[in-house]
Design a binder for this molecule. Structure first.
Ligand code: PGA
Length: 269
């Protein structure tokens, strides 16, 4: 049993030695009042054992961060505060953006980087994603880097090539001590928000591809340590089968994390 950040008693997965991480990606949902109610209700639904089984990070919109930080601190809740994005520069003339140091100052510990919705709707390039990973680490936070193939790439048997190029371009500059601290979310684009999740075989295959890229870049020691989440239409009925896979260490949950009841059931699955 290890203590993470002192107050969190967390047990690693006995099979892999890795700590599990289940993350709620709220996307552009829930205002700050709804956010407070949601997290209070989630706390009410979870049992102490749930927190020692897995780390739980909540990634609300930026406007919810400050109220949730106060709530988590004052009620000593055992959630990690997460963000969905950040800018790669620490400050400057970037209207509308939020920097990594600003997030770190607000006790944010995990930042999602390169979500497929950011790549698609906001034109995030591999170069930007690489710079953001560097910025998140420079502020002593953990990046959750999203990778995954589109439906066309899957149909053209390009899944492995796509995942490999996304991981290499985002991370190959990292020293091994940082590489092993990354969290990678394998999120096949065709499974996000569609209600059609990957099947466990595909999820395990995706995770193995990611580990093999890590092994090629930094060796098997690092590849064995990196944590890999599955994301894409996770719900209370399919969560357990993903969590049982050898190479999946957690989940990145969108739609089903908006309802505290269903998110609690995913954690407890
Ligand atoms: P979903 O989203 O669970 O609603 O499919 C997952 C994600 O985009 O991270």
């Amino acid at each position: 049993m290890a203590k993470v950040r002192n107050e969190f008693e967390l047990k690693p997965n006995p099979k892999s030695g890795r700590y599990r991480l289940i993350s709620a990606n709220w996307k552009m949902n829930l205002n700050h009042l709804e956010a407070i109610r949601n997290v209070q209700k989630l706390t009410f639904l979870l049992r102490p054992a749930d927190y020692s089984y897995t780390e739980i990070s909540i990634h609300p919109p930026f406007t919810d961060l400050r109220p949730l930080q106060l709530l988590i601190d004052s009620d000593r809740m055992r959630f990690r505060l997460g963000a969905q994005n950040c800018h790669f520069e620490p400050s400057g003339a970037y209207t509308g953006e939020i920097s990594a140091p600003m997030l770190a100052k607000m006790s944010v510990s995990h930042v999602i980087v390169g979500h497929s919705e950011r790549r698609k709707y906001f034109g995030e390039s591999d170069d930007m994603i690489r710079a953001k990973v560097g910025a998140v680490f420079a502020s002593q936070m953990t990046p959750i880097i999203c990778v995954g193939e589109s439906l066309e790439e899957r149909e053209e048997a390009q899944t492995e090539a796509r995942i490999r190029s996304q991981v290499e371009s985002a991370l190959s500059f990292l020293a091994p001590e940082l590489a092993e601290r990354c969290v990678i979310a394998y999120e096949p684009i065709w499974a996000i928000g569609t209600g059609v999740s990957a099947n466990p075989t595909d999820a395990q295959k995706g995770a193995l591809i990611i580990r093999s890229v890590f092994a090629d870049l930094w060796g098997t020691g690092v590849a064995d340590k990196v944590r890999i989440q599955y994301g894409g239409s996770v719900n209370p009925s399919n969560a357990a089968e993903f969590m049982q896979l050898d190479d999946i260490d957690g989940l990145l949950v969108g739609g089903a994390a908006l309802d505290p009841d269903s998110f609690a059931r995913i954690i407890q699955a």
